[in-house]
Structure formats: C-alpha cells, structure tokens
Design a protein around this ligand. Structure first.
Ligand SMILES: Cc1cc2nc3c(=O)[nH]c(=O)nc-3n(C[C@H](O)[C@H](O)[C@H](O)COP(=O)(O)O)c2cc1C
Ligand SMILES: O=C(O)C(=O)c1ccccc1
Length: 387
C-alpha cells in the first residue's frame, strides 16, 4: 500500500474494499480469500443470482421507526446478519479473528468462530464477552477431539454449534494450487488443536517440540469424509446447545436434517469454494425454506454483499444471513477499524433498504416484496474484476 492510499478514507463499495485488500496484503493470501473452486462458476453465480431478483417496494407505510433485530430460538440478535466462520484470519491481518471479534462486539453483530482460527476459541470468546458468539465445528474424524472442541466452546460461552457439512474434502481450488499456498499446511489454523489437551495427548511430542509432526496429525484428522446423518445423534448427546448444519443446498437434505432433529440450517455453498458447478446458494434457498416451513431457523450465505441482498434473502424465507468475504476485505485493508466500517456500512444499508422497501421490521419481509427479473434485464454484475 502506498503512503497516499494509507490515508484515504475507507471505501463504500464491495469492489473498492476488495481492491484495497488486494493492495494491502500478500498476493497469495489475497488469492486464497478471493478464489473459488475450479472455474469459479459457482462463486460468480452466487452474486449473479441476487441480480436476477428485484425488490418490489411499497410506499406510504410510515417507516419512521425501524428495527432490524431478529430472534433465533429466543436468542435476540441486534442485526439480521452474523459474521460467517472464516478460518485462518491471521493470513490477512496480524490481529486476525481478535480484530474481527472486537469490531463485531462494537456493533452488536454476532460472531461465528471457525475451528481453524488463528487464535484459540477461548481468546476469541474473551474479546467478545457477553456479545453473541457461535462456534463452527469441523467435525474431526477423531471423536475425542471433536468432543473436546465442543466442550471447550460451551465452557467459553459459545451459544450454538455450527457443523460445516460441505467440506468432506477441501475443494479443488485451481488458483491456490497454482500458487502452492496452503495456510492450513503452514499451521495458520492450528491454534485450537495445538491448545487442545486431547489433541496433545495423541502426539508423541508436543507441537512446541515437533511442530511438523503435530501439523501432519492435524491434517490427518481435521476433515471427516466418512461422516453421515447417523452420526449427528452422537453430537446431540455431547451438548445441549442448538446445532446448525452449514452447507445444505438440496431440499431432501433439509428433510433429513428435520428428521435428525437439528436446530437450524445454513443454506450455503461455502462461497463457491467447494463444489464448482453447484447451484448458486440463493437458488437453493426457497426450496429449502419450503421444506422447513418455519419449523427451525434457516440462515443463508454465499454472495451477500449489500443491504438489498440481505433484504432479498430474508424475503425469500431466510431468518438471517452470514457475511463472509466483505468483512475479511475490511480486516485486510484496515484491521479492526476496517471491519467496523464494513459492518457499519452494511447496517446502514440494511436500514435504508428496509425502509425503502416499505417495511419497518425484518419480520414483515416476505415473498411479496421480491420478483424474478426478466432474463434480458439482468446484465453482468457491475463489479470490476480485481482478482
Ligand atoms: C478465506 C475463507 C475461509 C473460510 N473458512 C471457513 C471455515 O473455516 N469454516 C466454514 O464453515 N466456512 C468457511 N468459509 C466459508 C464462509 O463461512 C462462507 O460460507 C462464505 O465465505 C460465503 O461466501 P461469500 O464470502 O462469498 O459471501 C471460508 C470462506 C473464506 C472466503
Ligand atoms: O478455506 C476454506 O474455505 C475453508 O473452509 C477451510 C477450512 C479448513 C481448512 C482449510 C480451509
């Protein structure tokens, strides 16, 4: 970043934040965040899908007093969006998740900590204090480690467990394969494991003595391609916390999830980073909501960039959404202050968009405020490609 850019005010548009992030950090780290799987069709489709739907506002409804709060299982949330679990944030800023968590707390935005965070879940929780926070679990193929992570999360005050189910294996990310950059292999996501007493017991030497062997063990256990619906019951026995599944797209999976008694779903394709060619997440949302019929909360992520995107996803049936890459670009460009600006802008944009849709509360949003646009009317998503 040039000295001049350093003193520029923070930007507003997603494209400008992305550009600022690109200038601020190493090329490999930026590429890791920005890239998707394969041809990146699905990643692009996520944003394009929002452009195929338009809001149909109503006027003269008195929107003087507005409220964007939502409530999930009786847990109140100040905003209709949470910060998505994003691992290894230390690759874009030295303060990583601690900076994001401080910004989230300052604005009352719930934070979802990743299993593969740069700082431990306890360190992140202590930044958050009483501000709402959930823990995202990569269900390890070592059940003792999985159990230990969940128990630690509960002890640290996390109020829900998000099991990510779209990562049986890591996606085929061609741009990362080309640069050869793998922050997981470098140990950027090892804090929760290296700190874990159960994980440590299974090593012949502690990570401080033999880091290479500890990392190798981590890579062997972090994913669990053998996981099935039948395994979910065993987690239910471990924790009384609400359990959400993140990465559900198929309506049949929504039915299976209901049968298994999960407490919430997150419709997501992992920001197009897992299965290239998968449907745009937004196109999967309504079919899932139609199956769920409000029996459990349905959340949504992948492609949320602006206030109207939040309004559209909620109008389609989501109870709340998760914000992903936008806040990471804020973190890369400006640390805690960068994230705070991104969140503040999104909050203001949601507020304005809600009012201009003719609604006062998130609860009033429904399918009557969205229409599918004509195909010829869509055009490209207006974002310069800075990747
Ligand atoms: C750099 C990066 C790291 C991620 N790490 C995780 C993770 O550790 N756990 C997880 O469940 N999802 C992870 N995700 C996926 C996000 O939670 C979310 O689904 C995705 O960012 C949504 O897409 P969007 O950012 O394009 O809106 C990651 C995404 C990115 C960009
Ligand atoms: O980068 C990701 O998308 C991600 O979710 C992840 C999770 C674990 C290890 C490496 C990457």
């Amino acid at each position: 970043m040039s000295p001049v850019e350093k003193h520029l005010p923070f930007p507003y548009s997603y494209a400008d934040w992305k550009q600022r992030a690109k200038q601020a950090i190493d090329r490999e780290a930026f590429t890791y965040v920005a890239s998707g799987a394969g041809s990146e069709q699905t990643m692009k489709a996520n944003e394009e899908a929002f452009n195929r739907w338009r809001l149909l506002p109503q006027v003269l409804t008195d929107v003087t007093h507005r409220d964007m709060s939502v409530s999930l299982w009786g847990q109140a949330m100040a905003t209709p969006f949470l910060l998505a679990p994003i691992g290894m944030q230390g690759i874009v800023h030295p303060d990583g998740e601690l900076a994001s968590a401080r910004a989230a707390k300052a604005l009352g935005v719930p934070f979802i900590a990743s299993t593969v965070s740069t700082f431990t879940l306890e360190q992140i929780a202590s930044e958050l204090g009483a501000s709402p926070h959930w823990f995202q679990l990569y269900w390890s193929n070592d059940m003792d480690v999985t159990k230990s992570l969940v128990q630690r999360a509960e002890a640290a005050g996390y109020s829900a467990i998000v099991i990510t189910v779209d990562t049986a294996l890591l996606g085929w990310r061609e741009r990362d394969l080309s640069t050869g950059y793998s922050p997981l292999k470098l140990g950027m996501g090892s804090a929760n494991f290296f700190h874990d007493p159960v994980f440590r017991e299974k090593l012949t030497k502690p990570p401080e003595v033999d880091r290479k062997a500890a990392l190798e063990h981590l890579l062997n256990i972090v994913f669990h391609p053998g996981l099935t619906w039948g395994d979910l019951a065993s987690l239910r026995e471990i924790t009384p916390l609400p359990i959400l599944l993140k990465g559900v797209l198929h309506p049949d999976d929504a039915s299976l999830a209901l049968d298994c008694g999960v407490d919430g779903l997150i419709v997501s394709n992992h920001g197009g980073r897992q299965l290239d060619g998968a449907v745009a997440a937004l196109d999967a949302l309504q079919p899932v909501c139609d199956i769920v019929q409000n029996r459990i909360p349905v959340l949504f992520d992948s492609g949320v960039r602006r206030g109207p995107d939040v309004i559209k996803a909620i109008a389609m049936g989501a109870d709340a959404v998760l914000l992903g890459r936008p806040y990471i670009y804020g973190l890369a460009a400006g640390g805690e202050a960068g994230v705070r600006h991104v969140l503040q802008h999104l909050i203001s944009d949601i507020d304005v968009s809600l009012a201009l849709t003719g609604k006062r509360t998130i609860r009033e949003l429904n399918r009557s405020v969205i229409v599918k646009s004509n195909a010829h009317d869509t055009g490209p998503v207006s974002q310069p490609d800075v990747s």
